[in-house]
Design a binder for this molecule. Structure first.
Ligand SMILES: C[S@@+](CC[C@H](N)C(=O)[O-])C[C@H]1O[C@@H](n2cnc3c(N)ncnc32)[C@H](O)[C@@H]1O
Length: 315
């Protein structure tokens, strides 16, 4: 797994966020001119804008982003509905807008280059700011709260599983040992307090540590799971769901859900064959990856994996 941390556009670059695998997303969605589509991760709106240019005047595009700051990227377009909430509430908000079913759903996970490049958000190891990392600033728990309150074992698991930090156990133990006497409130304080235990390249090391904290702060895997579970019922027959992931744990969730249509363990339903009840058909047996050319232009694309599933016509 490669971290998607801190390898996006440089600060001050004209692009807010370069959309990854854009052509593949547009082809994969098989857009219908009058369809209703959902972009669960609006961000800089790169994917949304390309979707809109391929839709007719009667179409609708519902865009979610839990980061209210993305509102300023909205195009002046009557076909767009913006929902500044977590996509884990997908169905609830669609219903609120009297939408029961849709023709396609897209999610391009993680954080945008812009979020990394805004120093005060605390996502990047390059700047000093509070150890924050909340995508949704209405949420109360920050990365600092996590390093201040989680038990050693919880921290160990997070650093190991979400960041693949080589010395996750030592890191967790050190944090718990020093946190009552040393401030970990800011990025600089956090990095200074832990500099003795860094393994390998410090930039890479802290990128992995930050990735782990970010995934926990935003409950990224929990939100993804809840959203995926709503997709089969929301899609119209023939409608497609496309998910772009940047982390092996996310990709595994998507792959397994598309294949089985459920997160329930098979042994819990010994008389039910998942394939008989799965309303989704896998379109991409292997994930679609970015070309070398795209990776050269946009290094963030290096770890992107795109998977597509389609709602079957009849189960
Ligand atoms: C990788 S960026 C998307 C970039 C976008 N596709 C583009 O072309 O500009 C991910 C965006 O999704 C948002 N996001 C991530 N997880 C979310 C969630 N669970 N609910 C709502 N928004 C989320 C982030 O705030 C961020 O703006």
């Amino acid at each position: 797994m490669k971290s998607n941390h801190d390898n996006g556009s440089t600060p001050g670059s004209p692009e807010y966020h370069v959309p990854v695998l854009l052509k593949e997303v547009i082809e994969g969605l098989q857009l219908k001119a009058d369809g209703i589509y959902v972009d669960c991760t609006f961000g800089g709106g790169g994917h949304s804008k390309a979707i809109l240019t391929n839709l007719g005047p009667k179409a609708r595009l519902v865009v979610f982003d839990q980061d209210e700051a993305t509102r300023k990227n909205l195009p002046d377009d009557e076909r767009v509905i913006f929902i500044s909430h977590n996509f884990r509430h997908l169905q609830r908000f669609l219903r609120l807008h009297k939408i029961n079913t849709v023709d396609g759903i897209l999610a391009d996970l993680g954080v945008s280059s812009h979020q990394f490049d805004e120093a005060g958000r605390g996502f990047s190891t390059r700047f000093n700011a509070n150890l924050d990392m909340r995508m949704d600033q209405r949420q109360s728990v920050t990365a600092f709260d996590i390093v201040s309150t989680y038990r050693e074992q919880q921290l160990h698991t997070i650093f190991e599983q979400y960041g693949e930090v080589t010395n996750a156990k030592t890191l967790a133990r050190t944090i718990v040992q020093i946190r009552d006497t040393v401030s970990l409130q800011t990025i600089d304080a956090f990095k200074t307090a832990l500099r003795e235990i860094v393994k390998g390249n410090p930039n890479r090391y802290f990128a992995q540590v930050f990735q782990a904290l970010r995934i926990e702060v935003n409950d990224e895997l929990g939100a993804l799971k809840e959203m995926l579970q709503q997709t089969p019922k929301l899609l119209r027959p023939g409608g497609r769901v496309i998910i772009i992931t940047f982390h092996s744990l996310e990709d595994r969730l998507v792959k397994n859900f598309f294949r089985r249509g459920t997160f329930d363990e098979p042994e819990k339903n010994p008389f039910i064959n998942d394939e008989d009840v799965n309303e989704l058909k896998v379109i991409t047996k292997k994930p679609i990856l970015a070309s070398e050319k795209e990776i050269k232009q946009n290094p963030r694309a290096r770890s992107a994996k795109l998977r597509i599933a389609e709602k079957v016509m009849m189960v």
